[in-house]
Design a protein around this ligand. Structure first.
Ligand code: GTP
Ligand code: MG
Length: 223
């Protein structure tokens, strides 16, 4: 299953966001380092895809010594995820410094080549007139994890990103190959399935790793 890691400066609202999206019941508090170990939850996206979301320990400019271990396990999560959601507290006057620290830390740890989404959080509390932009990331959204504003947009964006990591497949499977449609259901996104005389017409997005075996007639799945 695809995974997304929620990273960001401490107190940005990472745990609040995960709770809001998944009902996870994670401690969210207005204090630094409320989260000390990573928590992963399944998120169902509106179009039926799923993604594993992981909350992480907050970043900070000078990391206290006793947090270094917890911090390392966090970064492992970020390293192995497909998508990074960088939560930014845009009501904080130090926002730019905080974003900089997060990027520096990710870079030092070799977390690169990921789809990066900047999630400007706490827009309900942001000063009017603040410019919210991040030229270093692939996508940006503005949300309030507290009021729920912008969350639909975030979910749709995740959906689009995941879909773009898949390839489009249109094919007629013989009734003998119905097992392949099960595979598509499990790992891809089945858009259309139409029963015809000669077989089942399928339109779907499938993971690129599976495309060859799904598109190929020769290696039909036996029932
Ligand atoms: N006004 C406002 N407050 C928010 C929003 N999201 C989170 N908060 C508050 O910000 C504080 C920190 O939230 P957390 O979710 O604990 O932040 P975190 O990023 O997980 O923090 P650490 O685990 O310490 O790194 C809490 O008091 C939240 O209620 C938001 O959208 N608007
Ligand atoms: Mg937290």
């Amino acid at each position: 299953m695809p995974t997304a890691a929620i990273v960001g400066y401490t107190n940005a609202g990472k745990s609040t966001l995960l709770n809001r999206l998944t009902d996870a019941g994670i401690l969210a508090e207005d204090k630094l380092f409320a989260t000390l170990d990573p928590t992963t939850r399944n998120l169902n996206l509106p179009g039926g895809q799923q993604v594993l979301l992981t909350d992480t320990v907050g970043f900070i400019r000078k990391l206290p010594h006793h947090l270094i271990e917890a911090f390392k396990s966090t970064l492992e999560e970020a390293k192995y995820s497909d998508i990074i959601l960088h939560v930014v507290d845009c009501s904080n006057p130090q926002m730019d410094m905080q974003m900089y620290v997060v990027y520096e830390t990710l870079r030092e740890l070799g977390v690169c080549d990921k789809v990066m989404v900047t999630v400007f959080n706490k827009i309900d509390a942001a000063e009017g007139g603040v410019i919210l932009k991040d030229v270093s990331s692939d996508h940006q959204v503005r949300i309030s994890a507290k009021t729920g504003e912008g969350l639909d947009e975030l979910l749709n964006l995740l959906e689009t990103i995941l879909r773009n990591q898949k390839v489009y497949l249109e094919k007629v499977y013989s009734y003998k190959e119905a097992g392949k449609i099960q595979l598509i259901r499990k790992y891809g996104q089945l858009l259309k399935e139409e029963y015809q005389e000669d077989g089942i017409l399928v339109n779907a997005y499938v993971p690129s790793e599976l495309f060859a075996s799904l598109a190929n007639n020769a290696d039909a799945v036996d029932e």
